[in-house]
Write a protein that binds this ligand. Structure first.
Ligand SMILES: C[S@@+](CC[C@H](N)C(=O)[O-])C[C@H]1O[C@@H](n2cnc3c(N)ncnc32)[C@H](O)[C@@H]1O
Length: 853
């Protein structure tokens, strides 16, 4: 036990710990404030600061040395704080009125420029409860901040990520003009803590007390059951609680009735956590299910989607949400809507802003504000999405034009085409935007409306359109939340998304060095760029690069990063860039290591990845799948330096001296085999590249469609039995491998045994060579004794743990009478209760299976 504690404590002593020691800071936490301030510079501009939960005082030290001379710095904590020059400290509980009054006493009429809070209540109860008290402490600090902060002041607080952190963020956003969440590098990656830097305090005149009341702010927490067992600290009982099954929930399959989905206020959470929505009637009086079954909108497609919620794509997800809205409308449970039009909401917002400017902010009703915020957010999201799309299109157009100019392709005829493309009069999409296409479709074009009516008509149409757009945007947002929820539950999906992200980065990279049409086939471009044998092309390309003035970033047609990527050994061994060697030789020598590597996963196209990038993945990406991962490692490392916002876990990478390249699909294996055998040449690969999937215009296609296409509509490469078998074997071998921890433990054991043996050898040699009084017999005896001792040392005797049933004479705390050594208290009921629960869950599961069959 002691050993473990020691090891644990040692692991915590990282570079910031030593750095803090060296610099004389009282805690490593000092660096969190230093790094936060380095980014947001709030200390230099503050003349009065309050540090809530300040003990032992490292933040106060940083504040004192960074803030201007003669600044007022006040620190408070439950624990005493040793005096700090230039800072006033006192002991107190920040949740109390007394603390508030003491701070007021120090500040008098002054207002604080910054309030910082790094509080952490003593944790150790259930996680839900811990998170609740942590968030409640943040609200207490915010309450003090709202009282003492000057308008435009800063509030910096630590928040533990939990389901309520979003609510906290929302509240911050009501009170501050700019709110940013960040995690400084010195904050441990494993820690759930994150920091919010809120700037531009709005100083509202009236504030709805609900904002700062945890009961309202974190509503669902109210009925969380307190974990009384954990209150009395019992080291014997304390176990690491791993995430997994919920208490009493022994299954991984969860279903709910479709009617509860219609009724719920949080449909995304339901879709994200359930496996199925059923349409069974639960009892005779289950009117809701009956009505739902009869509802014409409950189509076969809806039912199918409800069957397996885990495979919902964007389209199906939206379908279910629309169905829910429709059903709610039919059953008279229409979503509570503000009744404002969007324009109304904006007007209201503007009016609020004007009021703020004139007489200070009034943040009155939390419910109203929340509704308004949601609407505005939806609008903003939709707008920024459109803008992004527009910008991307414009960039692509410019790039195309540039390339054409450089290549002398611009003829008056093409200029005409471009002009037509750029002139909204001739752009179908713009015509469509103006609603003309729709009008034509509706046969309205010929109906000449009176000007007034026309205006009304227009207004109505715009309203309809806006509603539709907002709903679309909302549904899109909701889908993203659903995806997030799903990913949070599923680590595999999360890892996959990261990989896909990194893959898209590569594709962007390739697009970058293609030096031509951004929409062109990346795969072709990649192979072309690899094929440095074609000198003329290369010349042309580098000339183009020179002409474009990009030679600083691009060498030989590749960006620096892409060049580094292709400089890796695997490309060398593929021999793609050696001009002298014959192709077949090169391909034969490619030496793709089919047995090495470790990662296993199914090969699927990236979500949201454009079709034009697919072939690239097929010919190069499939073989270099792990390259993506290694690049991901690099990016992550860079990110840690530059963008230290992301505190998310990263999938463990294991290279263990093997090349980080692997073949993971039967398709790629087949390809590798045929390359190795010389059945295929590079030209075949190039040829294969020209297929119906190579050049697809994805512009303007909805994302859900691309998602679906990416999954199903792609080239099917042949696979051989042999390759499939090899992959299967490899997976089997991988699965049979012990986990890293076990392997490490085994290695440690072997090392220890080797050391012992070495020692024994030395001692035995010493004894054998002893020329003293020892007879040969004594020597043999002594050596045998040593060996026996060494043997004994390898076997650790397991300590017996006595099982003591609680109750009776063993009531209360302390060691039960007559029990020596380690003991474990058990509840007499516990065993049978756990068994009964398991039995029930098993019965439930088998019932479900029967129903399915
Ligand atoms: C992580 S430490 C703060 C470290 C500090 N920022 C520094 O740099 O030294 C968290 C502190 O919060 C304090 N704390 C927790 N609940 C509190 C409360 N209700 N009132 C005041 N302090 C509290 C604890 O006593 C603890 O010292």
């Amino acid at each position: 036990m002691g050993g473990i504690q020691k090891k644990h404590a040692k692991a915590r002593l990282d570079k910031y710990y030593y750095l803090a020691k060296e610099k004389g800071y009282r805690a490593r936490a000092a660096f969190k404030l230093i790094q936060l301030n380095k980014r947001y510079h709030f200390l230099e501009s503050s003349r009065c600061l309050i540090d809530l939960c300040a003990a032992p005082g490292s933040w106060l030290q940083v504040a004192a040395e960074t803030m201007p001379q003669k600044s007022l710095i006040v620190g408070v904590d439950l624990a005493p704080i040793k005096p700090i020059p230039k800072a006033i400290t006192f002991q107190g509980d920040i949740t109390t009125e007394k603390c508030r009054a003491t701070i007021r006493g120090y500040l008098k009429t002054m207002k604080a420029d910054s309030v910082i809070h790094d509080g952490a209540p003593n944790v150790g109860t259930a996680w839900v409860q811990d998170a609740f008290s942590q968030n409640a402490l943040v609200l207490s600090s915010l309450k003090l901040a709202t009282e003492f902060l000057a308008p435009n002041g800063n509030f910096v607080t630590k928040v533990f990520r939990s389901r309520d952190s979003n609510k906290l963020e929302w509240i911050f956003k009501q009170l501050f003009a700019r709110v940013e969440q960040t995690k400084p590098p010195s904050s441990r990656g494993v820690s759930a803590e994150t920091f919010y830097v809120c700037r531009g305090f709005k100083a509202p005149k009236h504030l709805d007390p609900k904002f700062l009341d945890p009961k309202y702010a974190f509503t669902e927490i109210e009925d969380a059951k307190p974990n009384n067992e954990a209150k009395v600290f019992n080291p014997e009982k304390k176990k690491r609680k791993r995430e997994g099954y919920e208490e009493g929930d022994w299954t991984q399959f969860h279903e709910e009735s479709a009617s509860s989905f219609i009724e719920t206020q949080d449909p995304i959470a339901m879709l994200g956590s359930l496996n199925r929505l059923h349409f069974r009637q639960e009892g005779n009086g289950d009117i809701a299910q009956v009505a739902l079954n009869k509802l014409p909108d409950t189509t076969e497609e809806v039912r199918l989607c409800c069957e397996d919620l885990k495979v919902l794509g964007r389209k199906e997800f939206k379908l279910l949400l629309r169905w829910r809205l429709k059903a709610r409308e039919v059953f008279g449970m229409r979503e509570k809507r503000s009744g404002h039009t969007k324009a109304g909401a904006l007007e209201e917002k503007e009016a609020n802003q004007a009021q703020t400017e004139n007489e200070g902010v009034t943040v009155e009703s939390m419910d109203d504000e929340m509704r308004l915020q949601q609407e505005i957010q939806a609008l903003k999201d939709a707008q920024s999405k459109d803008k992004r799309k527009e910008r991307r299109r414009e960039n692509e157009r410019k790039q195309k034009e540039l390339t054409r100019l450089q290549m002398g392709m611009t003829t008056p005829h093409e200029i005409g085409i471009d002009a037509a493309e750029n002139d909204p009069t001739f752009r179908i999409k713009d015509v469509d935007k103006a609603g003309i296409a729709r009008q034509i479709a509706k046969g309205r074009m010929h109906v000449q409306l009176e000007p007034e009516k026309e205006e009304q008509q227009e207004e109505m149409e715009i309203d309809d359109e806006d509603d539709g757009d907002a709903l679309e945007a909302q549904l899109d947002d909701m889908y993203e939340m659903y995806q997030e929820k799903k990913e949070n539950r599923d680590a595999k999906a999360r890892a996959k998304r990261i990989r896909q992200q990194s893959r898209t980065d590569h594709d962007d990279e390739f697009e970058g060095f293609s030096g031509s049409d951004g929409e062109s086939n990346n795969g072709d471009q990649l192979v072309e760029d690899l094929d440095s044998g074609s000198d003329s092309e290369e010349d042309g390309e580098s000339r183009l690069v020179d002409d474009l003035g990009l030679d600083g970033q691009m060498q030989d047609g590749l960006t620096r990063r892409a060049k580094n990527f292709f400089d890796q050994d695997i490309f060398g061994s593929l021999g793609l860039d050696e001009g002298a060697e014959s192709e077949t030789e090169r391909e034969r020598d490619s030496g793709i290591d089919v047995d090495s590597g470790s990662s296993v996963e199914d090969e699927k196209p990236a979500v949201g990845q454009t079709k034009s990038t697919q072939p690239n993945r097929v010919e190069a990406g499939q073989m270099f799948e792990d390259e993506d991962e290694s690049d991901y490692e690099e990016v992550e490392a860079e990110e840690e330096e530059e963008d230290w916002d992301s505190g998310d876990e990263r999938p463990a990478q294991e290279s263990e001296g093997r090349p980080n390249i692997d073949i993971i699909t039967a398709e790629a294996m087949t390809l590798a085999h045929s390359l190795a055998r010389g059945e295929k040449t590079k030209h075949d690969l190039l040829d294969d590249n020209f297929n119906k999937f190579s050049h697809r215009d994805v512009d303007g296609l909805p994302e859900w469609f691309l998602d679906d296409e990416g999954k199903h509509s792609r080239i099917q490469r042949p696979t051989t039995k042999e390759a499939a078998q090899a992959i299967r074997e490899k997976m089997r071998a991988l699965n049979a491998r012990p986990i890293k921890k076990v392997r490490e433990a085994k290695a440690r054991k072997t090392l220890r045994a080797a050391r012992r043996l070495e020692k024994l050898k030395k001692k035995s040699e010493g004894l054998a060579n002893d020329d003293g009084d020892m007879s040969e017999r004594d020597k043999v005896g002594a050596i045998a004794k040593l060996m026996a001792k060494a043997k004994k040392g390898t076997k650790k005797q397991k300590q017996k743990v006595a099982v003591v049933v609680a109750g009776g004479s063993n009531k209360g705390a302390g060691r039960p009478r007559g029990v020596k050594g380690k003991y474990k208290m058990v509840d007499s009921r516990l065993k049978s209760d756990v068994r009964a629960e398991k039995r029930l869950a098993k019965a439930k599961k088998s019932n479900k299976r029967k129903r399915y069959n």
